[in-house]
Design a protein. Structure first.
Ligand code: AHR
Length: 506
C-alpha cells in the first residue's frame, strides 16, 4: 500500500491560474483553420472564431493565451495585421513552411478571441527583426485610452476602448530564432526596450516578460539577470523558460507521436520529469537576484515534440496525441503546482493542431485529445492554495530507464474542497494508495480518471475512445481522515475531497 500524507494546515503557495496557460502561433493549422475560419466560413463561428473550439477551450478554463509566436513573433510586424482585411499585406511565414500569411488574424482578432475565451492576454513583441519604436507603438495602440495617433488609429479600425494587455514578452528565443544574440547583448537590449513598454493605465499594468533560457542553459539566466535585473523590480515581471519533451532527449531522435515502444514511453516521461530539475536550477539563480520571488518564472513553451505526422507538411508540426502525452501533461502540471512560489505562468505548445495540442481539427471536425482531459481534470487547482503533501513513490520503467512511478499535487480551492491530482506512469501496475489528511475528517470524495493503453488516442471517427471517466475511491475512513483508492496503470487521476476539521465538531 502506497502511503500519502496531506497536511491541510500547511498552505505553501498560491497556484496562479496562468500555470495552465496556452500558446497560439501562426504556425501550420493552429490559428488558420484551427481557431480562425473567418466570418464567411460554413463552419459555425462567432466573428470568425470556430464555435466548437472556443467552447472546448472554455471548458478547460483557459486562463491566458500567448500570441503571435514563437519564432513567428520574431518577424511579425503588427501593422500588417490591422485595418480592412482586403487591404492587409500578404507576407511570407518564412519560419514555418513558407506559407503566405494574409494577416486576416491580427491584433483585433486576437483580442476578440480572448474576449470569447474570457482569458488574459499575453502578447509577444518582436525584438528580433522589429524596432523598439514599433513595439512601443503596439502597446500604445492597444492600451492607451486618450487621443494619440496610435490610439486614434485603433478607433479608426473599429475599437473605441483600450484593451488590456496583461503580459508583454520582449522578444522570443533571442538566443536562437529571435536573433542569435548573446545573453549580455540581449540583457542590454531588454533594459533599453522595456523602458518604452509603458503601462498607460495604472489599473491595468502591462507585465513585462524577458526572454529566458533554452532548457538547461543556466548561463543565459545568469547573464541576463546580471545585465538586466533591477533591484527596484521595475524592469522585469517575469523571465521565461522553454523546454520541450523529446523522447530520447535528442532532437535527432524524436520518434513519432503514435508509433513508439515502451522504452520510448518511459524515456519520454523521464524527459518530462526534467522540468523539475530545470525549475530548481534556474530558480536557484533567480533566488540570488530576487530572493523575494517577485519575478515569475514563465515557462511559456513546454510539451512534447515528435516528428510531424507522416503525410503532413513537416513545417506545420502537426502530431497526434496519446496517453503518453497525457502523462507528460499531468507530470508537468503537478511540477508547476509544487513550485508555484516561483512558476507564475506556463503555456503549453500549442493549443490547436500544433505539437502537444489540446484540440485537433480536420475540416469541420474537431476532437479533444487526452491532453485536453488532463487540463479539464486539473482546472480545479486554478487559483487554489497549494497544500503540503507527500506521496511515497517507487520506481517503474525498464532496465535502462527507471523513473519515479507517480507524481502528485494537492490544493485547497476557494470553497475549502481539497483537490488531488496524481499520475501513474507504470504500464503494468495499478497502485493502491492510503491517503491520510491530517487534522481532517473526510466527508465525501468524488473524482475522475483518464486511463488507457500508452498509445490510446482519439480519432475523428472515434473522438471519444479515450476520455475522462467517473471514478470511485475504494473506501473512506472518514473519522480517521483516510481515503483508500487505486490508481490504474498509465493514468491520470483527479479526486475532490470534502472535509471538516477534527477540532470543529466533537
Ligand atoms: O512552438 C514551436 C516553436 O518552438 C516556437 O515558434 C519557438 O519559439 C520554439 O522554438
Amino acid at each position: 500500500m502506497v502511503k500519502m500524507v496531506i497536511n491541510p494546515a500547511r498552505r505553501t503557495g498560491h497556484i496562479c491560474p496562468e500555470v495552465q496557460g496556452h500558446f497560439a502561433e501562426h504556425l501550420g493549422r493552429c490559428i488558420y483553420n484551427g481557431i480562425y475560419v473567418g466570418e464567411k466560413s460554413h463552419i459555425p463561428n462567432v466573428n470568425g472564431m470556430r464555435s466548437d473550439v472556443v467552447e472546448a477551450l472554455k471548458e478547460i478554463h483557459v486562463p491566458v493565451l500567448r500570441w503571435p509566436g514563437g519564432c513567428f513573433a520574431d518577424e511579425y510586424h503588427w501593422k500588417d495585421g490591422i485595418g480592412p482585411k482586403e487591404k492587409r499585406k500578404r507576407t511570407i511565414n518564412t519560419h514555418w513552411g513558407g506559407e503566405v500569411e494574409d494577416n486576416s488574424f491580427g491584433t483585433h482578432e486576437f483580442m476578440e478571441l480572448c474576449r470569447q475565451l474570457g482569458c488574459k492576454t499575453y502578447i509577444n513583441g518582436n525584438l528580433g527583426s522589429g524596432t523598439i519604436e514599433e513595439m512601443a507603438q503596439w502597446v500604445e495602440y492597444m492600451t492607451f485610452e486618450g487621443h494619440s495617433s496610435m490610439a486614434d488609429l485603433r478607433r479608426e479600425n473599429g475599437r473605441q476602448e483600450p484593451w488590456n494587455v496583461d503580459y508583454f514578452g520582449i522578444g522570443n528565443e533571442n538566443w536562437g530564432c529571435g536573433g542569435n544574440m548573446r545573453p549580455e547583448y540581449y540583457g542590454d537590449l531588454y533594459r533599453q526596450c522595456q523602458t518604452f513598454i509603458r503601462s498607460y493605465r495604472r489599473s491595468h499594468p502591462v507585465r513585462k516578460i524577458a526572454c529566458g533560457a533554452n532548457g538547461e542553459d543556466y548561463q543565459w539566466t545568469e547573464k541576463v539577470l546580471e545585465t538586466a535585473f533591477d533591484h527596484g523590480y521595475g524592469y522585469m515581471n517575469g523571465l521565461s523558460l522553454h523546454f520541450y519533451t523529446v523522447p530520447s532527449g535528442k532532437w535527432g531522435r524524436r520518434g513519432f507521436a503514435l508509433d513508439f515502444t515502451e522504452q520510448q514511453y518511459y524515456q519520454t516521461l523521464r524527459e518530462a520529469l526534467k522540468m523539475e530539475e530545470l525549475i530548481l536550477g534556474h530558480g536557484a539563480i533567480m533566488d540570488r537576484y530576487d530572493p523575494e520571488k517577485k519575478i515569475g518564472m514563465i515557462v511559456d513553451e513546454w510539451g512534447t515534440w515528435f516528428e510531424a505526422e507522416p503525410g503532413t507538411n513537416p513545417g506545420f508540426l502537426f502530431q497526434q496525441n496519446t496517453m503518453r502525452d497525457a502523462l507528460v501533461a499531468g507530470i508537468h502540471l503537478n511540477i508547476f503546482n509544487k513550485h508555484c512560489d516561483r512558476v507564475k505562468m506556463a503555456n503549453l505548445a500549442q493549443v490547436v493542431n500544433v505539437l502537444q495540442a489540446v484540440i485537433l481539427t480536420e475540416g469541420e471536425r474537431m476532437l479533444k485529445t487526452p491532453t485536453w482531459y488532463v487540463f479539464h481534470m486539473y482546472r480545479y487547482h486554478q487559483d487554489g492554495e497549494l497544500l503540503e503533501s507527500f506521496l511515497e513513490t517507487g520506481e517503474t520503467g525498464m532496465e535502462d530507464c527507471r523513473i519515479p512511478d507517480m507524481t502528485e499535487s494537492v490544493s485547497e480551492d476557494r470553497e475549502g474542497k481539497i483537490q488531488i491530482t496524481i499520475t501513474n506512469a507504470s504500464l503494468s501496475e495499478s497502485k493502491a494508495v492510503e491517503a491520510a489528511l491530517t487534522g481532517r475528517r473526510v466527508k465525501a470524495v468524488k473524482g475522475t480518471a483518464l486511463a488507457a493503453d500508452m498509445g490510446g488516442h482519439n480519432t475523428f471517427d472515434e473522438p471519444e475512445r479515450v476520455k475522462e471517466r467517473e471514478y470511485q475511491a475504494d473506501r473512506i475512513a472518514g473519522e480517521e481522515g483516510k481515503i483508500f483508492f487505486t490508481v490504474p496503470p498509465c493514468s491520470v487521476l483527479h479526486l475532490e475531497v470534502e472535509t471538516e476539521s477534527t477540532t470543529d465538531k466533537e
